[in-house]
Structure formats: C-alpha cells, structure tokens
Design a protein around this ligand. Structure first.
Ligand code: PEP
Ligand code: MG
Length: 546
C-alpha cells in the first residue's frame, strides 16, 4: 500500500498528539422540504432558541475560556437582532426558502460590517456568518456545537471551527485540532494555545486527504504544522493524549524559572497542571474584550483570586488592562487617531480612564491582601512619570486594603529598554515584551508577515534586548521575558545566555524550550548569545542559536 500523504498547514499551537479522528460534518445539502418551507415565525423561534443555547454555553464555560464565552454572548445578541429578523422576513416575502433567506440576510449584514472603517466591527462579520450557520443548524434541530457527539479524546478535523463548537466539548476530550481554513490568529488557534492543545490550521485539502487515506486516526504535529493519517493498528501503537510530552517535562533541567502566559483561568489551570513555575503574564484584556461593558471589581477580583490560588506559591503577574491599538473596546471608542499603534494604548489609555482603571486597581489590591503571590505589571510604559502615577495609585489602595503587591512594568518601547536605570525606586521587576519592542524598534507591524531580517533576530533588535537586560541588572531589577521570543527554542537560548531571570511562554511551548535549554547548558547559552550579538544578519544569528 502506498504511504498515505501527510498534510502541511500552519503551526497554530505547538506540541504533538495523536488519537482517533472526529470529523466535523458540513451541513447536509439540499435542505429538507420542512426546512425550505420554514415560516418567519419558525425562524424567529429558532433564533430565540439558538440565542438561549449560546448564553447557556457561555455561562457554563466562562471560567474555562472567558474570551470565547464573551464571543458567544455577542453572537446571542446578534441572533436576537430585530434588523436581522426583518431582513430574513423580507427575503421570505420575496419567495425565497428559509435557508436562502437566512444566508442572504446574514451575508448582507456581514458585508456591511466588513465595509465599515471600524476594525472591531469588521472583525464581527465572522460572528454574523456563524450566527447564520447556527440558525440553519437550529432549523434542522441540531445543537449549536458540532462537537456535541464527541465521546472519547479525539483529534478534531473540520473545515473550520467556531467558539460554539470548541467550547461545548468537555475538557480533555480534544487532543488536537486540524482545520482547513483559518490563520494563526483565528479563534481556534487562540483557544488551542490557551488550553495547550496542539493545532494545525490552514491545512487545505485535509478532509479529502483523510477520506482518501481511509484514516481512523491522526498524528498532529502542531510545532511543524503537519498531520499524518493513521489506520486502526498504527493508532493503537501511538501514544495518544494532548500535553503528555509536557507532563513529562523536567523543569529542573531549565536554568531559569519557566512560567506561563495566560489569558484565562483555564490557561492558568493548564499551566499549574504542567507544574510551570508561575504565570509571568496574565493578559487581563481578555476579560474586557468582546462584551458590551467592562467587568466590575467583583468579577475581576474573582478571576485574579482563582488564578493566584491555582498557582500558589508561584507568582501570578497580572498585567493591568492593555487596550487600544488592535485591542479595541466597544464601550471605549478612541477617536481621531491616525495611527492607533502610536496612539492611546496600554498604560496611557488606562490612566486616562478612571472608569476602567479604578475597579481594576481595587480588584488587584483586594487580591493582593489575600494572596502573597500576586504581582502587578503595567504595559507600554514610556516614561517614569507614568510609573510614578501607577505606583501612587497602588500604594494608596494598598494602604487602605492592607498590602501593595510587587509592581513591575513591561519593556515594550525602545526608549524604555535603554533607560531602565531611570525607573529606580519605582519598579520591583520588569518583563520584556519582545512582540511590541521589536515592532516599535523596527517599525514593522507585528500583525504582518515579515522576513527574518525584520524579526527579533535582526542584529539591532538583539542588541536592544541585550541592552534592556543590562540596564535593568545595573539597578538590581530582575528581568523576565514574556514576548513570543521566549517561547522559541533559539530565543530562549539567547535570553538565558544574556542572563534573564525567567521566561514566560505559552504552555504548549514549554517542552521544546526546556529541551533546548537543558541540551545547551548555561555556558552554551552564554556562548551562543555572545556570538549572536556579533552576527552580521538575522539568518546568521538564528543559525548560531539553533
Ligand atoms: C509583547 O508585546 O511582547 C507582549 C507580551 O504583550 P502583547 O503580546 O500582549 O502585546
Ligand atoms: Mg505588548
């Protein structure tokens, strides 16, 4: 028998896992006569049912994946939108069948959103299309999640997956994701990285290839971005299970603490299960995005307290809200910024908006009083004046509530990176956010694809990072790194070689990073870093660090 073809896609979440295949079927076509003949009242009743199912699902899963739960709530609002129902009614009155009427109404709604100049609204177009699919599935009596029938831990294979699909699955029931569509920032990629599940997206032709290979299982390499098909016997031989290689991690082999980046309580739990040594970056923006109003003190405190309890005694570094630029809040329009990446974002936006700032300060002060392992970190700091203001706020709240947590800041602006000694007395620690630091140093938008010479491995970018480490250590401030560079084995080798004090990365990247560090050893890392700083090009630096 010829070797079954392997499929190549994009690496959306690293790690290897295998298991039986669960293929998500597309809606059957043509539609049944009952569905075709559904009336306006029937469509309205289905919309109400779908909205309620989405809200229930969001409520059950808010703890595991709050950002995705918020998307479901927004979709519930869209399903109930009277303008959508009116558009469906218009098409029905013109003699269309219900499937065509729903498709037309949602498509024209989505296209209108895409044509607005508002990036946040434009990004909601995918949610409207998803609502259309859910209404059609609802007319046939099916549940919102197409993974409702998932009975055993499986590799989920689909053309595309939505939050409604992925969130309905029980924890542990998905060992890997493979989708034909989607990029590395699609919903499924974000959920997979948060939960430490390997994922390959953009794997064009995967469904047909699995059929041709008569596959019953698959081996997914989320790091390489490949999928190979398995028959029943090969499946038995494979060691299945997401995260198994991570569970076997020998963290003692790493010369510095390996911490996790997390955006939800679920991700903190996954990191604690892997025995990672703290959360080096808790991105609170996921609590604030994709919802009609911001979370209050109570809701925030609950999240921070659970995260600290899960990780104790290791630190949980909670970052104050980092909104603005590409992270737009629907309830906080920022007008008149020709270049939002250089506009009011991070600490600037936070300090200027008491309504967002004060409940977060109170929630953090309250958490600090009961949890010694809470640390607080501020994004996008460009001047000591900003940090002074932040420190005053937390010290004031700490005096009233009993304790001021250790306060640190992210190093994301080049001017800050080279002048950390100017923040003496204001900061207890720093963490280098290489994603933003490099975008601002090279003037290269982080959302776009660039060749390696405009990446973190650019000679000037490497020297800037090295200078940040030196300038913090000169004033005895501990330096962590939480940008994506820390999660790349070559990056981790470089950073440990520079003498950083901790690395914080997506849980799924821990395995490859720890292995690279223990293979290289601290002296090897130092030598590699020294050589990389002298390299004439990014390509040469990467080769030296590999
Ligand atoms: C960074 O900029 O490197 C960082 C970790 O922050 P974020 O990716 O959330 O902007
Ligand atoms: Mg950043």
């Amino acid at each position: 028998m010829p070797e079954p073809e392997a499929i190549r896609g994009l690496s959306a979440s690293p790690g290897r896992a295998s298991g039986p295949l669960f293929t998500v079927e597309e809606e059957p076509q043509p539609w049944s006569p009952d569905v075709e003949a559904a009336t306006s009242e029937a469509v309205a009743a289905v919309a109400e049912r779908v909205a309620r199912q989405l809200e229930d699902l969001a409520g059950d899963r808010r703890d595991r994946a709050p950002d995705a739960a918020a998307i479901l709530e927004a979709q519930a609002l869209m399903a109930r939108d009277p303008a959508l129902q009116a558009a469906v009614d218009e098409s029905l009155a013109a003699g269309r069948g219900a499937p065509a009427a729903i498709a037309e109404a949602t498509e024209s709604y989505a296209t209108r959103l895409e044509q607005t100049e508002d990036a946040y609204l434009a990004a909601r177009a995918a949610d409207v299309r998803e609502v259309g699919r859910l209404l059609l599935a609802g007319l046939t009596g099916r549940p919102p999640s197409r993974l409702a029938g998932l009975a055993e831990p499986s590799v989920v294979l689909a053309r595309e997956l939505t939050p409604a699909d992925t969130l309905a699955a029980e924890p542990g029931s998905i060992v890997a994701f493979v989708t034909e569509s989607g990029g590395t920032t699609s919903h499924v990629a974000i959920v997979a990285r948060e939960l430490g599940i390997p994922a390959v997206v953009g794997a064009a032709g995967a469904l047909a290839a699995a059929r041709r290979a008569a596959a019953t299982g698959a081996l997914v390499d989320g790091t390489a971005g490949t999928v190979s098909w398995l028959g029943p016997e090969e499946l038995l031989k494979e060691d299945s299970g997401a995260g198994r290689e991570l569970v076997a991690l020998d963290l003692d082999a790493a010369p510095v603490p390996i911490m996790a980046n997390a955006g939800s309580v679920a991700a903190v739990r996954a990191a604690a299960d892997l025995r990672l040594q703290g959360v080096g970056l808790f991105r609170t923006e996921f609590l604030f995005l994709s919802r009609p109003d911001p979370p209050g003190e109570e809701e925030q405190a609950e999240t921070y307290e659970v995260a600290c309890a899960l990780m104790a005694p290791y630190p949980v570094v909670v970052r104050t809200l980092d909104a603005g630029s590409d992270k737009r809040l629907p309830y906080l329009p920022v007008a008149g910024e020709p270049n939002p990446a250089l506009g009011r974002r991070g600490v600037r936006l936070w300090l200027a908006n008491e309504g967002l700032r004060d409940p977060q300060v109170r929630a953090l002060a309250r958490t600090a009083a009961g949890h010694e392992n809470l640390w607080v970190m501020v994004p996008m700091v460009g001047a000591s004046e900003e940090m002074r203001e932040v420190r005053d706020l937390f010290e004031d709240a700490g005096r009233r509530r009993g304790r001021t947590p250790p306060l640190g800041m992210m190093v994301e602006l080049p001017a800050t990176a080279v002048a950390l000694d100017r923040f003496g007395g204001l900061i207890d620690f720093v963490s280098i956010g290489t994603n933003d630091l490099v975008q601002y140093a090279l003037g290269a938008d982080r959302e776009l694809e660039w060749p390696p010479y405009l990446s973190e491995f650019n000679p000037g970018a490497l020297r800037l990072i090295a200078e940040a480490v030196r300038s913090a250590h000169r004033v005895d401030v501990k330096v962590g790194v939480c940008g994506e560079l820390a999660g790349r084995p070559e990056g981790a080798v470089f950073l440990v070689g520079l003498g950083v004090d901790s690395l914080s990365l997506g849980a799924a990247s821990a395995g490859p990073v720890v292995r690279a560090l223990s293979r290289t050893g601290v002296e090897g890392c130092r030598e590699a870093a020294r050589a990389a700083l002298e390299a004439g090009s990014a390509e040469e630096a990467l080769a030296l660090l590999s």
